[in-house]
Design a protein around this ligand. Structure first.
Ligand code: ZN
Length: 326
């Protein structure tokens, strides 16, 4: 256990992977509290100053002030927080700090991995994706909000560069044993547009679709975890699209979900479509479709959906006939 009364601030920053530069008995780094150093140019231009001798800090942009204990609290440092018996920190502040810390510590090779999946820096920050150590392993962190937009837990994706993954699943929750959440639903209900909603299979696909202005949600437990109450919610949308993975689990999952939705929809108001990803070129999921440049977002919406049930689509051919008759 760390002793905050004796640990040097330089030491503490190193332990938390916070880079800094030293000048005149001061440590300078990028502000961790606010977006003061968003562009992250040279660390020498950082706004957060620590006194090397007593660990007190001051951000010269946002004005945040404190000491090593308030910093540890902010970073969600469990080693230290367990020692802080006098101060109670509520759970949601705790998880927010952890999410910020992970987002701040995301290494370049993980950014590259995400960029290869078409998730750029803006998208990474919009969704506060990050990186950190949990259960003795390194993971990409995906913050999960509940339907009201409150952070409830992290979904962890195994570090794709960590080849030694024995005994660990590809995805896991932190803390463990969490309920399924309809990921991104809190975001899309902010829009008044109830025209269409896409249900996809996984957070990265979901984030990618939304970055392309395609309103998508996903269950944090994959194809099989779609709750009955969510079906009631998505009935608000006139077109419901299912776009699960192009494999047997995805196809089976889509079939089951469509059956369940069909029972609940209003046949004159809701139409259900299934997105059929191209069978050629090893296109396994939504991300593959866009990464391999198979089509644009418009083409994704206009060319891939196949009508399944509910309100029938308007037959475009009928319009053409009308025009010809004139
Ligand atoms: Zn600041």
């Amino acid at each position: 256990m760390l002793d905050l009364t004796t640990i040097q601030i330089a030491d503490y920053l190193c332990r938390n992977n916070i880079d800094f530069t030293e000048r005149n008995n001061e440590l300078i780094t990028w502000c961790v509290f606010n977006d003061c150093d968003k562009s992250k140019k040279s660390i020498k231009d950082g706004h957060l100053y620590f006194s090397a001798s007593n660990g007190q800090y001051h951000c010269k942009k946002c004005g945040e002030k404190g000491n090593i204990i308030t910093l540890a609290k902010f970073l969600g440092d469990n080693n230290i927080m367990n020692n802080l018996t006098t101060t109670s920190i509520n759970k949601s502040d705790n998880i927010k700090a952890l999410i910020k810390k992970c987002n701040f510590n995301i290494p370049l090779e993980i950014k590259k991995y995400l960029k290869d999946r078409m998730l750029d820096d803006t998208t990474i920050n919009d969704y506060m994706l990050g990186y950190g150590e949990f259960y003795g392993k390194k993971w990409i962190t995906i913050p999960i909000k509940d339907e009201e937009g409150k952070y409830v837990y992290l979904k962890l994706r195994r570090d794709p560069n960590d080849k030694d993954s024995t005994g660990m699943p590809k995805y896991i929750f932190y803390p463990k044993d969490q309920n399924a959440v309809l990921f991104n639903y809190d975001n899309i209900i902010k829009s008044l547009d109830r025209e269409q909603i896409f249900i996809c299979e996984g957070e990265f696909d979901c984030i990618l679709l939304n970055s392309k202005r395609i309103p998508a949600v996903t269950s944090t437990t994959g194809v099989s975890g779609f709750k009955e109450e969510w079906i009631d919610n998505i009935k608000e949308y006139s077109k419901i699209y299912i776009c699960f993975d192009n494999d047997s689990a995805g196809k089976k999952g889509a079939e089951d979900l469509i059956k369940r939705i069909e029972k609940k929809i209003i046949k004159t108001e809701n139409a259900i479509y299934q997105i059929n990803l191209p069978e050629t070129g090893n296109i396994k999921d939504v991300t593959d479709y866009f990464v391999n440049n198979i089509g644009s977002a418009d083409e994704f919406i206009s060319e891939l959906p196949v009508y399944v049930c509910g309100r029938k689509p308007i037959n475009i051919n009928q319009f053409e006939e009308l025009i010809q008759q004139r």
